[in-house]
Ligand binder design. Sequence first.
Ligand code: GDP
Length: 336
Amino acid sequence: PNSKADDGKPRLLLMGQRRSGKSSISSVVFHKLPPSETLYIETTTRIKKESMHSFMDFQVWDLPGHLDYFDPAFDVDNIFEEIGALIWVIDAQDEYLDAIMRLNMTILNLQQSYPNINVEVFVHKVDGLSEDYKSDTFRDIIQRVQDELSDNGYENAPVSFYQTSIYDHSIFEAFSKVIQKLIPQLPTLEALLNSLCSTCQIEKAYLFDIMSKIYIATDTSPTDIGSYEICSDYIDVVIDVSEIYGWDRPVENGNSEIAETGNNDAESLITMERKGNNYLYLREINKYLALICLMGDDSPAEKKAVIDYNVGVFQAALKQVFPRAEREGPPTVTEE
Ligand code: GDP
């Protein structure tokens, strides 16, 4: 059995009916599987816990029709006690009334025992829907959940809704919002990023979880999905995640040790490059996090020394904020 969470990582549980898209989401976000290949993956069976080289931790739970997980015989406390958010995946391309009924039941149960768990509803697979149908469905789902909540006197339950798809960046954007709610240090991070941006004339700065490409914080200037995309693509160009983290690689020929030590922060990667009309700056902050900054054309590369210096200051400040991210064991995947 897993010991209780004490490493300060945000913990997520992904839940929803069979075929709603849970395995696909976790494969695309946390294992870099191309979305089209999710057609061939095995659907989630029962409970899958993963601990990975990521700033966060998550588990995937399948919900077979017959399983009543609030049954006293089922040890839910073990699970719910340690999570910060429950992500509930609903297939928007399918009949969803049954899914909503189960979701409502779950929220009502959680409100009694774990009212602080955020319930994050992913109205998923919206890529296949027309604009009209998509927004009608979204509104209908929200309405059905809110009606049930207010009928039961829970108007203020922490429930949020997102439209997601693995075929675009929406799934990453949704995860980013979910994670940011679980980071108590978020205001500090935003203030640090704001100050970095104004000192160095940076347009947009993201603190990325390298493994998943979820951003855990950004400066408070308006975010547009375009800059997220540019920065997130840059991670792929600069960092070969599988090399650094030995991720998804069978442990063979004694190679894993090299992978484990390849990213000690003393030699963190720093790079700056021109990309179209922009400059991109990347620096690995610790084992899990990288800072990526987007700058306009008027920021010549000569300024790099100033940026290096200020990012160094930022990095030192961040070490105080996340002292635990500096040390961590190897990744494990277990299934129960
Ligand atoms: P699970 O049983 O909840 O783990 O569901 P799976 O991950 O096995 O997904 C079931 C099917 O939904 C697969 O064929 C996926 O390719 C498909 N799927 C998952 N996410 C999306 C999405 O965002 N859009 C579309 N169109 N299909 C998706």
